[in-house]
Design a protein around this ligand. Structure first.
Ligand code: PBG
Length: 335
């Protein structure tokens, strides 16, 4: 018999609860499922068109026929919603973004067709001037380069009304003008669209992670940057809390933090302060990084994507807008 001195017994052994797959599954706290995902899509005019986007392998600017097929695939996989972004030909872009409230225009047609053919798929539609603006800004630009706030609100309201009338379930203002949620809520209510929800891009940072998206829409600002309206990432939490509070007070149904990956702490803070549903936007640059690293063989794409999206859920996101949505939903099905 070996005479070992009695070890003081360890009272807490967290590893005991990680011992088997059964135990780990039993104690799982954070869940990621297709029902939490929203697929963003870029839709252009025409038919049978799939245009690759250089920094976003696997994502296309697609014509309505392809987009509807993808929407149907999303629904089939359990993804409840798509976020639609129109891709306008440059000649259609004007300083006021006038094509954005054209009831016979590209975007209204896209929304109507989606609603008609896929009535159970929720439609989240983007409210901001940049896809329609010859200046590439989210608001009206004055002759001296200022992004005009109150003048923009009127245009955003017209845009939101056109989208609601075409069948949008959720309008999603991404422009960061002050007072936009209240203005859009009043306009919707006055026109009888009380049931149309508003997903506010409430904490949206001026971010270099949007690069691939701007390439996709050819919507980069022609002059200046977006720092006078989007938030500065060197700020603390007060500004994000304030923006969220204002949007809540003005009638937002959802709050958002965008981008997601470098802002998980902001997600957590907003989650802990507000009781509104919270959305994370896993943006184009985040997608591009994962695709680049996985095509170089540096990471296991599938595992990294599921870990990242789960991290966003753990940080407090109810829903996640992600270009990985379709593949993630397929991978989740295989688990
Ligand atoms: C603009 C808008 C942007 C994104 C969504 N809406 C870009 C911007 O603010 O310049 C970016 C989304 C992404 O990068 O995936 N209204």
């Amino acid at each position: 018999m070996i005479n070992t001195p009695l070890q003081p017994s360890l009272l807490e052994r967290p590893r005991r609860l990680r011992r088997t797959e059964g135990l780990r599954g039993f104690l799982q706290e954070t869940h990621l499922a297709p029902q939490h995902l929203i697929l963003p899509m870029f839709v252009l005019d025409g038919h049978s068109t799939l245009e690759p986007i250089s920094a976003m392998p696997g994502v296309f600017r697609q014509s309505l026929d392809h987009a509807l097929e993808q929407g149907a695939a999303a629904l089939e996989l359990g993804i409840p919603a798509v976020a639609l972004f129109p891709v306008l030909a440059n000649p259609l872009k004007t300083p006021t973004g006038s094509e954005s409230w054209n009831e016979r225009g590209l975007f209204a047609n896209i929304i109507r067709e989606f609603k008609r053919q896929l009535p159970n798929l929720m439609l989240v539609t983007d409210v901001a001037l940049d896809p329609y603006s010859s200046d590439g800004h989210d608001g009206l630009v004055s002759s001296d380069g200022e992004i005009l706030n109150d003048e923009t609100l009127e245009l955003l309201c017209k845009m939101a009304l056109t989208q609601a009338a075409a069948g949008a379930d959720i309008v999603a203002p991404s422009d960061m003008m002050d007072g936009r949620i209240g203005a859009i809520r009043s306009a919707l209510d006055a026109a009888g669209f009380q049931r149309t929800a508003i997903m506010s891009y409430s904490s949206k940072y001026a971010s270099s992670y949007y690069g691939p998206f701007r390439t996709a829409l050819d919507s980069a600002p022609r002059a200046g940057d977006k720092k006078t309206y989007q938030m500065d990432y060197t700020g603390g939490y007060r500004e994000a809390l304030r923006e969220s509070r204002l949007d809540l007070e003005q009638g937002a149904d959802f709050l958002m933090v965008k981008p997601a990956l470098a802002y998980l702490d902001v997600l957590r803070v907003i989650r802990d302060h507000f009781d509104l549903p919270l959305i994370a936007y896993n943006v184009s640059g985040e997608y591009a990084m994962v695709k680049a690293a996985s095509s170089a063989g540096y990471i296991d794409e599938r595992k990294v994507v599921l870990e990242t999206l789960t991290g966003m859920r753990r940080a407090g996101a109810d829903g996640i807008l992600s270009y990985h949505a379709l593949e993630a939903a397929r991978w989740l099905r295989e688990l």
